[in-house]
Design a binder for this molecule. Sequence first.
Ligand SMILES: CC(C)(COP(=O)(O)OP(=O)(O)OC[C@H]1O[C@@H](n2cnc3c(N)ncnc32)[C@H](O)[C@@H]1OP(=O)(O)O)[C@@H](O)C(=O)NCCC(=O)NCCSC(=O)c1cc(O)c2ccccc2c1O
Length: 350
Amino acid sequence: MLRVIKNRRESNGRKSESRHSIQVHSTTAEDAGSHIEGASKKTAWRKEASSVLLSLQGTYAPITEAVILNVFTDWTILSDLCSGDHVWWEIVSSKRFCLRNQWITINRPECRNTFTVKTVEEMERAFKNARDDSDVGVVILTGKGTEAFCSGGDVGVRSREGYVGENRIPRLNVLDLQIQIRRLPKPVIAMVAGYAVGGGHVLQLICDLTIAADNAVFGQTGPKVGSFDAGFGVSAMTHMIGARKTREVWFLTRLYDAQEALNMGLCNTVVPLDRLEQETVKWCREILQNSPTSIRVLKAAINATEADSDAQAMAGNSTLIFYATDEAEEGRKAYMEKRKPDFSKFKRLP
Ligand SMILES: CC(C)(COP(=O)(O)OP(=O)(O)OC[C@H]1O[C@@H](n2cnc3c(N)ncnc32)[C@H](O)[C@@H]1OP(=O)(O)O)[C@@H](O)C(=O)NCCC(=O)NCCSC(=O)c1cc(O)c2ccccc2c1O
């Protein structure tokens, strides 16, 4: 069955692209793929559609509804619009069947792909789906657009008790996401264009590999905005670039261009922006040719050489306590008021 419906949706007050719906009965992923390709070729509306909503009704359970992005490319690209009764608002989660990889894209380009409690909850769900889906061999984490991979927590929703979600409960849930990415028994690649700063930079550190575009900018901004990640944000970085450089990155809060980041060891390679996706796919293909069990064990073994999640939890608790102070509040307020923070009145205790 094929049905085409035009629709428009609002996400958190932001208008998203117009979408077209197709409903397809299918029993397998491959079968669904061929339906979609056929459908997208036939339809006259494809010119005006930037994405297509697809409802899969069949025994292929992991995707109940999906968006086909990029119908003009060679690949069948599916994006979960819903998983179960859940709709994505702040991310896009898309799967490329033939490439066996899952793309998780932070979808808040208007604020440099900052994350909120909701963004993180959606990422947690998308990573869980990727873990459970045996068709997926590699996960790619990225940000929508070319301006930013992710610029960290949304300072606008930070309170003295953490980042506040829709239910008004403050949380630091990105710390759970970090653990989830590290425990995922499949490689996670950060595909970085533009800014990867603050908590966004920690996310790229947590990923197993980082492919950067030549416009990428890396750095930790925490001490400027009254924050720090003294968990993996420090242990993973120290492991990666050494203690001296880690101190420089955190103490000075400088930003580093892609070449500097590569020289430091913060990313694996740098490619021109227009080749970023192609290069990322190339790395995925090479990984996917190898034994999944070997990769799984090696990922865990490499991570086991770093500080553990208990230390990360202790560090997270200290951030939580810090957010309640006037010192942290000065950093947050200054950022929101677009001024330099004034930390001069805060004591340096002996
Ligand atoms: C990223 C930038 C360097 C980009 O600069 P640029 O000049 O290109 O763009 P703008 O500054 O004009 O930004 C456009 C637009 O986006 C808004 N925005 C950007 N980043 C944020 C943000 N993090 N929070 C809120 N809003 C943001 C910006 O205000 C503009 O909005 P307009 O309305 O004015 O158009 C630059 O934007 C920048 O430096 N951003 C701040 C980066 C930052 O400090 N991030 C937060 C660090 S703290 C953190 O991420 C964090 C989160 C956690 O959950 C933790 C948990 C546990 C421990 C530690 C945590 C932690 O440290």
